[in-house]
Design a protein around this ligand. Structure first.
Ligand code: URP
Ligand code: ZN
Ligand code: ZN
Length: 469
């Protein structure tokens, strides 16, 4: 079935122009004026931007963590993502030491396949490197198209891997064409500071931030970047929260190391003072790395604007306040880390970034979609509006004002981290491979219609002149 989107303004990472867009068999078939009347459906996008669908490179759906399981699964999480203008996600598949990696991947396929309403891929966590892991990795890259591996440098005795594991993962990724992702915080030092705080009777949510100072994020980021330089490999630092980490990424890039950095909406608009909210409400704002002193926000915005950081992930990891965040009453270490963001990533960033003049509209598209597609082996299938690309499209009203609230969001969680925040700009309709998932702000998709994304090897899709910057 052919669809024609007319009268809209198409915006990509490079261009902004008025043109119509013809969709056929789930792909963008033509872009231009007077494309003919062969379409069965004509969608009027007058006054709206026509963006490539957002790609969220950092989600934790249906994930066991902190003694509980994230409250959004692949159905509620991807429905909320679609409402928010995201048409692809890459979720973190957790592995268990001593077990075949393929078992973990199978578990993640089972969690997602009949539930996802948009396309999805997986990153794979690596917590040990041994003969079995080294044997499995090339097969997983080849057969599953999983071309990014995640190493945690924090969460001691839970997910944390040592430096040898990180280094060997970097070497293996280089050999087989994958991107290594790190959660960069010094887990050993955090563990020491946490135990000291508890011994001293400091149990409130704010101590989560005080026991994970920015220096431990900067230190781990610098260490991972240096090891990447030694290995000659490639590194993506997730959820960068502070000036110390930006500085290390910048230094590494200036040396020519292949290092990229992601930040998240929470670090751009919230700050450490939220952890001091009364009645244990500070627990709603417990992320690792923690929210930072407010001045870091400007550093992060500038880093996005001038290319020191390249992408925006949500780090969607939702837990209800009632019954889940509350596990940490009287002991901040028992507060499950993470928050609900998947739905707000795109429009919050448009509102705070483009509308407030901090980034250009083309940078917006690059940061929420195009660059992510390039880094994670999805470009040009995803991440742009071009003939032959998947018709993952967001029709976006740039002037619509609304107030974010748990009352109206679609995530399966009982609070919003951005409650009461006014945003300008809203997705009106969202298409995944040419089919409406959201039509005029109503969900019309189908659980199970999202397709699993096998991704290309790192760096295999660009010609030298287009090398990922
Ligand atoms: O607090 C966070 N970020 N929770 C999700 C897990 C992680 O570290 O990304
Ligand atoms: Zn993390
Ligand atoms: Zn995360």
């Amino acid at each position: 079935m052919k669809k024609l989107i007319t009268n809209g303004t198409i915006v990509t990472a490079a261009d902004r122009y008025e043109a119509d867009l013809l969709i056929e068999d789930g792909k963008i078939a033509a872009i231009g004026k007077n494309l003919g009347t062969g379409a069965e459906e004509v969608i009027d996008a007058r006054g709206a931007y026509v963006f490539p669908g957002g790609i969220d490179p950092h989600t934790h759906l249906d994930m066991p963590f902190g003694g509980t399981v994230t409250s959004d699964d692949f159905e509620t999480g991807t429905i909320a993502a679609a409402y928010g203008g995201t048409t692809s996600i890459i979720d973190f598949c957790l592995t268990n030491k001593g077990e075949p990696l393929k078992n973990a991947i199978q578990t993640w396929h089972e969690k997602s396949k009949s539930k996802a309403v948009i396309d999805y891929g997986f990153h794979l966590m690596i917590s040990e490197v041994n003969e079995q892991v080294l044997e499995e990795i090339p097969l997983i890259i080849e057969e599953e198209g999983i071309t990014s591996f995640k190493v945690f440098m924090a969460y001691k005795n839970v997910f944390q891997a040592d430096d040898e594991t990180l280094f060997r993962t970097l070497l293996t990724a280089k050999e087989h064409g994958a991107l290594v992702m790190v959660h960069a915080e010094n887990g050993d030092v955090i563990d020491f500071l946490v135990n000291k705080a508890l011994k001293e009777g400091n149990t409130a949510p704010i101590y989560h931030a005080l026991t994970r100072p920015p220096e431990v994020e900067g230190e781990a980021t610098g260490r991972a970047a240096q090891l990447t330089g030694v290995a000659g490999s490639q590194l993506y630092v997730v959820h960068v929260s502070c000036a110390e980490a930006v500085e290390k990424i910048d230094q590494a890039r200036k040396k020519g190391y292949q290092v990229w950095g992601e930040t998240c909406p929470q670090y751009l608009v919230l700050d450490q003072s939220y952890l001091e909210k009364p009645n244990f409400e500070g627990a709603k704002y417990v992320w690792s790395p923690p929210l930072r002193e407010k001045w870091n926000q400007e550093v992060l915005w500038n880093a996005l604007k001038n290319g020191q950081l390249q992408t925006l992930g949500s780090d969607q990891c939702s837990f209800n306040f009632k019954g889940q965040k509350e596990l940490g009453v009287g002991d901040f270490t028992k507060i499950p880390n993470g928050g609900p963001i998947i739905e707000d990533r795109f429009s919050l960033f448009f509102s705070e970034g483009v509308k407030k003049g901090r980034i250009s509209i083309n940078q917006f598209v690059d940061i929420v979609s195009t660059r992510i597609a390039k880094l994670f082996g999805l470009f040009p299938r995803k991440g742009t509006i071009a003939v032959g690309s998947d018709a993952d499209i967001v029709i976006f009203d740039p002037n619509k004002e609304r107030v974010i609230s748990a009352e109206t969001h679609h995530m399966n969680v009982d609070y919003s981290a951005f409650e009461g925040m006014k945003v300008t700009g809203e997705p009106i309709s969202v298409l995944s491979r040419g089919e409406f998932v959201i039509r005029e702000k109503e969900f019309v998709g189908k659980p199970g219609s999202g397709q699993y994304l096998k991704r290309a090897r790192f760096g295999s899709q660009e010609k030298p002149a287009e090398k990922v910057r």
